[in-house]
Design a protein around this ligand. Sequence first.
Ligand code: SF4
Length: 317
Amino acid sequence: MAVESPTVESLKKEIAALKKQRGAVIMGHYYQTADIQDIADYIGDSLALARIAADIKEKVIVMCGVHFMGETAKILCPDKIVLEPDSEAGCSLADSCPAEEFKKFVEAHPDHTVISYVNTSAAVKALTDVVVTSGNAKEIVDTFDKDAKIIFGPDRNLGNYINSVTGRSMLLWDGACHVHEKFSVEKTAQLKAQHPDAKVLVHPECTNPLRLLADCIGSTAVLLKYAVESSADKFIVATESGILHQMRSKCPEKTFIPAPPSDSTCACNECAYMKLNTLEKLRNCLRDMAPEVTVDSHIAQKARKPIEKMLELSSKK
Ligand code: SF4
C-alpha cells in the first residue's frame, strides 16, 4: 500500500509541536521557499540572522539557509545546538574560496587587512580581520583609512562594487555566486524596455553591466525596504527569487517581475542550495536533532573575532 505524503498543514503542525518540545527557534533566509519563510520565527538576510543568532535565548537554533549561515550561528553561540535541515546546502560563492588557497593569498600580502564576505567557510573567516555582509560592506570598508591596503574576498562582483562606491582599489579574490552572475543583462534590459515604469533592483553580487541598469543596488533587506517605500508600483528584481515572496506579501498591490537568467528558459533564478531545504527536512531535523552544525573549536575561536568585529562596526539602521 502506498504511503501518503504528509500535507503542508500536517507538517506545519508537527514542526510547531517539535519546536516547542525541543525549545527551538527557526531562522530562515529570504531565499528559502515561501512555506519555510512563513513558518520561521525570524526571517532576514545574513546580517539580520547573524545579529539575531548573537542574542538568541533558545537552546536549539534551526538555521534554514545554507551551511555557512549555520556555521556563523554556531560560532556566535557555541553552547547552543545548531541544526540545518540539509547538510548538503552549500554555497558556490563560499566554495569558490578554499581556505588553503585563501591562506596563501593572505600570506602573500602580509601588510593587508583582510575583509571577507560572510559567504565563506569558518576556516576562511578564521583568516579574516573583519567579516562583512552585502548590507554593511560599504559602511565597514569606510571605517578604514582611504589608503589602507585591503584584501576583499571572495566575491569579485561585490568587491568591484565596493571599490567603485568607495573610490578604493582593494585586492579582490576572484570568486562569484553562480546565481547572481547568471542574470542576463540583455533579457533584463528587454524587460525594462517592455516596462519602462518599473524600477530595477539589483543585488551587488551581480555583474557590473547588470548593476548599470539598477535604480537600487543593495542587500536583500535593502531591496525589500526600497520596494516597500518606493512610490513605484512595478519592480524588476535581480536577486534570488525567494525574496519575491516577502516583496509580494508586504506589497500585494505592487508588481514584481523576476529578472531572468541567461542560460535557461525559466523566468526566474533560484539558488539550488537554498532550495534543498524543505518543510519535511525541517520536520526531520527537529525530530532527529540532526544534522547538527559543528565547527572545530580552534577555528571557531579565531572566526568569532571578525564576526563580532562586524557586529560592532555595523550600525543597526
Ligand atoms: S544565492 Fe549564491 S551566494 Fe547565496 S547561497 Fe546561493 S550560491 Fe551562495
